[in-house]
Design a binder for this molecule. Structure first.
Ligand code: FAD
Length: 525
């Protein structure tokens, strides 16, 4: 008798299904019933808890962890946002930068009863679009509003990949749940490699700002911070480009990896910062169909599998070379933040339905690689800048980037013609060896050969290499006390997120934002 074994409750199962069975509710229900022995009519809800694609065998399979509700009237609880209090009259915390670190710091401040004032050099997400259009079409780089600067920070017009190497699942799940609370699809809570997509991120970020303001916080756009006022090794204020001064004892500095003027300001003021190793290379674009063929081992991925990502890492010439920020079905974006330089990165829409796959392929750098620029904390940044400027000259002194077919790059031939690229400003055929120091060029060349051995078909002249991919992480670290998270010398200053060297990606920046807010508030009371 079934009732004896299955009281109304929930059961968890691991399943391995075809992509079609995993995608269709009716097929999934039959599969669960077959696997568990629970009659289909007793199953009231199936909640997928985890989902990952296993493409190691010839037939691609989907691994699922499901929670099955038997005779339960109600399904899983829907996640809702925290009950944010009104903080209009509470003590203030100044947050510089409205990227994921700054926004999550602001929301955490509200949760903990403090009033965040977010100061952002760029524009709100909607107004920012006009500047991105000008960048793509007219090659105009607005130094305060571009793919890196503006509401939502560098991640706003991205693939919105939300995975991280962070080991602390609790922290990651909290951030993912907050994203869902602000409007992201619940799928991000279950996918092994969740992503949101450029078309969905702006509305989520705008909702975060609306809540910050509704609860009594403040967000000032088009307000670049130009100075930090420091007395007796304590922060006591900030100054902006508009000539305004704000007195404050609490500043979370979350200005991202591209705020070179902030690094220069700190250096000029004698506030301790350090050069930090990062990675640099190129952005490679293949037809998505080719990547699907390599990864799924079939000519057509069919209607139930998503465009395939890839992730690859090799050791070549004693250095790591690896794929970075891979965007399936995506587009390469012009990510310069100043005129006279070119920078690439990638984004994709939520459906990842563009015909090309792009990925950064970057070489691990060491501090000794920057020795040409002396012992300065800004040596890595100068190295990065010089490569971006060289590429700008080679591309034709617009936002066009120098490019080469992959096999031509390896054989040292200039490409006679170039395939169509997703990079809107356009590409110029050039010898990319002229962009990089020899050790980077050599590691890339040998790296591509190695990649071709692991991913058969990867090494092809159908692939276009765009140069450079240079903003992989911050070239500077702003040192902080590992317990209080305050700057090691300046009280009240909390270096935060990717720019300070404590995050690499949207999720880790958001986690760091929350931690800085918590520490800042703990020291205030
Ligand atoms: P940022 O996001 O860089 O935010 C810093 C903010 O500070 C900016 O808004 C900037 O305008 C502001 N600011 C700078 N200087 C000043 C100043 N002087 N005064 C006031 N404001 C200032 N990561 C992922 O995890 N997944 C992805 O799919 C992904 N794709 C990406 C695609 C692109 C095109 C780019 C550019 C990045 C991508 N990243 C991705 C990286 C991710 O965006 C960053 O890791 C993340 O945004 C870092 O967060 P942050 O808050 O520390 O800094």
């Amino acid at each position: 008798n079934f009732a004896e074994y299955f009281k109304p409750m929930k059961y968890q199962y691991q399943l391995r299904l075809t992509p079609e069975a995993a995608s269709k509710t009716a097929l999934l229900k039959s599969a669960v019933s077959l696997h568990s022995g629970i009659p289909e009519k007793k199953i009231t809800h199936i909640q997928v808890l985890k989902r990952s694609i296993d493409a190691r065998q010839k037939a691609v399979m989907i691994n699922l962890k499901v929670e099955v509700y038997v005779d339960e009237l109600f399904g899983p609880e829907v996640f809702s946002l925290p009950d944010y209090p009104d903080v209009s009259n509470r003590e203030e915390v100044f947050i510089i930068g409205a990227g994921p670190a700054g926004l999550f710091a602001a929301l955490r401040c509200i949760e903990l009863g403090k009033k965040p004032i977010v100061i952002e050099r760029g524009k709100d997400v909607r107004s920012r679009r006009r500047d991105l259009k000008a960048l793509n079409i007219e090659h105009i780089v607005n130094e305060d509003s571009n793919y890196c600067f503006g509401e939502g920070g560098a991640g706003t017009y991205s693939d919105g990949k939300l995975y991280t190497r962070s080991k602390k699942r609790g922290d990651v799940n909290r951030i993912l749940e907050l994203f869902v609370g602000f409007g992201a699809t619940k799928e991000i809570l279950i996918d092994a490699h969740p992503h949101i997509g450029t078309n969905k991120l702006p509305a989520i970020i705008a909702k975060m700002r609306e809540i910050i303001i509704r609860q009594g916080g403040d967000v000032l756009f088009e307000t670049r911070v130009t100075d930090l006022v420091i007395k007796d090794n304590k922060i006591c204020g900030i100054k902006t480009m508009k000539g305004e001064s704000f007195s404050t004892k609490n500043v979370i500095l979350a200005t991202g990896h591209s705020a070179r003027d902030i690094f220069e300001l700190l250096d000029r003021k004698g506030i301790k910062i350090e050069a930090k190793p990062f990675a640099l290379g190129v952005r490679v674009e293949h037809p998505q169909q080719l990547i699907d063929k390599i990864q799924y081992k079939c000519d057509d991925r069919g209607e139930y599998l998503p465009p395939s990502p890839y992730s690859i890492v090799k050791q070549v010439n004693g250095r790591g070379i690896y794929s970075f920020c891979m965007c399936p079905g995506g587009v390469i974006a012009p990510c310069a933040t100043s005129p006279g330089e070119v920078v690439t990165n990638g984004w994709s829409p939520s459906k990842r339905d563009q015909p090309t796959a792009n990925s950064g392929i970057v070489v691990e750098l060491r501090l000794s690689d920057f020795s040409k620029y002396g012992n300065s904390p800004l040596s890595g940044m100068q190295f990065q800048k010089s490569i971006e400027q060289t590429a700008w000259h080679l591309g034709g002194e617009t936002q066009r980037v120098p490019a080469q077919r992959m096999v031509d790059f390896i054989e040292g031939k200039i490409s006679r013609d170039l395939p169509k690229t997703s990079y809107k400003p356009g590409i110029t055929s050039a010898a990319l060896k002229d962009v990089f120091p020899e050790f980077i060029h050599d590691t890339l060349k040998n790296g591509f050969k190695e990649f071709g051995k692991t991913m058969k078909g990867y090494l092809t002249n159908e692939a276009i290499i765009h140069a450079p991919e240079s903003r992989t992480s911050s070239p500077v670290r702003i040192p902080r006390d590992y317990k209080t998270l305050e700057h090691i010398d300046i009280k009240g200053l909390f270096p935060c997120g990717e720019g300070a060297g404590y995050a690499g990606g949207i999720i880790s920046a958001a986690i760091d934002g929350e931690k800085c807010a918590e520490n800042c508030i703990a020291l205030m009371s």
